[in-house]
Design a protein around this ligand. Structure first.
Ligand SMILES: *[C@@H]1O[C@H](CO)[C@@H](O)[C@H](O)[C@H]1NC(C)=O
Ligand SMILES: *[C@@H]1O[C@H](CO)[C@@H](O)[C@H](O)[C@H]1NC(C)=O
Length: 453
């Protein structure tokens, strides 16, 4: 009898603990995010006009840049026998600066940009810049609105090759593409007061799409673009038809617990051939520390770092290019760049992206997105841990962040497609065809799911 009694009370304690742990790990309720006025001054009568925009950098600005490139201070040579283990390799940087000064012709690049229809419109006090590309109308082809969003250190430049593919019909569907710059990036105005993080920008993006007449639309993003659109899908599922990401991340308390427990049996949550992308945990932690110093700095002291990068094109290029090297292929840190084969993004395309930051003086305001998102108040909303109510798809590129098959369902309960591809973090620039096909295929399934209900 005594044994029975202790068994019952032990079971009760276990059940009680399980309920307690389960409650502690439960995602929070969906918060309400106001449509804050982020522009200067008081909220005024909103200018709802849509104004065509072309990039036109003045001769004076170009001369100023050339002067800075010609007279930059001497670069510190890399240590003997090292490649990129200490950060951007200055021998490679030197080669790119020479290319920039001698072979790269801004006015030709500007003309390439301006082939894409661009506009500005004011949302919540901020002038938002975006490309808006409509497909040709073709009988029997369904036109679907799609917002594609870049991250850091990217820009709408990442999408110039993928847009023509997305606006060409495939399997009976085609996209009408809207590619905005995040507030504070490129030609989009930056918030003038604190608090404009991923959740708040998600609201700006929703209002932008509504302004353009799309009450419902598809959403696609990588890097911070993915984080913002995930917020948007959770905060406003009534507006999002489906969400495609090339950087799915699951960072919830439950996922940490599972990751830890399954370290004893990785095959329980991750494909055999992907085990080394998650385990051993000590190696995953080492890489995380090694590659995220920038994030800590940008999330805490963005304005300190911003001054130098807005003032020196060489420093700006160094900081951005290092991310493009490691983000495209981690092994490149260890080997000389002439052995990278031809997988890297062309100097011209990368300089285009650097130029967007340079001409608009926007690296400092771009940094602030980290400070406004990775802080106690914003993290406390817990939006990234809330299951996404709309259909989703995840494209995993080999050299990008990884989410295990066994964990992805926690925030993606309506996942319709999970794919693996070679390539890296900047997939739209590196492999536009591969990414575009993945999006077409996912949206084809989204459409079936939506119209079945
Ligand atoms: C850019 O501005 C210059 C000077 O105002 C003007 O002559 C030129 O036509 C403009 N180019 C474009 C593409 O708008
Ligand atoms: C990374 O680069 C190495 C060396 O160039 C190459 O062998 C490997 O296939 C690359 N991996 C990816 C994912 O591109």
């Amino acid at each position: 009898m005594g044994l029975m009694k202790s068994l019952v009370s032990a079971s009760l304690v276990v059940i009680f603990l399980a309920v307690l742990i389960n409650n502690a790990l439960k995602p929070p309720a969906v918060p309400k995010i106001e449509a804050t006025w982020w522009g200067p001054g008081e909220p005024s009568k909103q200018d709802k006009s849509i104004r065509p925009f072309t990039i036109n950098i003045s001769e004076k600005e170009i001369q100023d840049l050339n002067h800075r490139l010609d007279f930059h201070r001497p670069l510190t040579p890399p240590l003997e026998g090292t490649h990129q283990q200490y950060g951007m390799n200055t021998n490679l940087l030197k080669e790119i600066i020479e290319f920039w000064r001698k072979d790269y012709k801004w006015k030709e690049r500007e003309a390439y940009f301006n082939k894409f229809p661009q506009f500005k419109t004011n949302i919540q006090g901020l002038d938002i810049h975006y490309l808006h590309v409509k497909p040709k109308k073709i009988e029997g082809v369904k036109v679907l609105p799609l917002i594609i969003l870049h991250g850091w250190p990217g820009s709408v430049r990442e999408f110039l090759e993928i847009i023509p593919i997305l606006t060409t019909p495939k399997n009976g569907i085609v996209f009408e593409v809207v590619a905005p710059h995040i507030p504070g990036y490129g030609f989009s105005q930056a918030a003038v007061r604190p608090g404009c993080g991923a959740a708040q920008i998600a609201v700006v993006m929703k209002n932008l799409m509504h302004r353009l007449g799309f009450s419902k639309f598809y959403a696609q993003g990588g890097d911070f673009g993915s984080i913002i659109l995930q917020h948007l899908s959770v905060l406003h599922p009534e507006s999002v038809l489906g969400f495609h990401s090339n950087m799915c991340v699951v960072n919830t308390k439950k996922s940490y617990l599972w990751t830890l427990l399954y370290s004893l049996y990785p095959q329980g949550i991750v494909k055999q051939e992907h085990v080394d992308r998650m385990y051993p945990l000590s190696e995953a932690a080492r890489i995380r520390i090694l590659e995220t110093g920038y994030l800590h700095l940008q999330a805490t002291k963005p304005d300190t770092l911003g001054v130098g990068l807005n003032d020196s094109p060489v420093a700006l290029a160094s900081y951005i290019l290092e991310k493009f090297v490691t983000g495209t292929n981690k092994t490149w840190q260890e080997i000389p760049h002439n052995q990278w084969k031809k997988d890297w993004i062309s100097y011209t395309n990368m300089l285009d992206n650097i130029m967007i930051y340079w001409w608009t003086n926007s690296m400092n305001t771009a940094f602030r997105l980290y400070a406004e998102t990775f802080n106690i108040k914003h993290n406390g909303l817990g939006i990234m841990g809330i299951p996404i109510p709309v259909p989703t798809a995840c494209a995993r590129f080999e050299n990008d962040f990884y989410v295990a098959d066994g964990l992805v369902g926690e925030v993606h309960p309506n996942l319709v497609q999970l794919t693996d591809h070679p390539g890296g973090h900047f997939a739209a620039l590196q492999l536009p065809q591969v990414l575009a096909e993945d999006i077409f295929s996912a949206v084809k399934i989204f459409e079936k799911v939506i119209h079945k209900n």
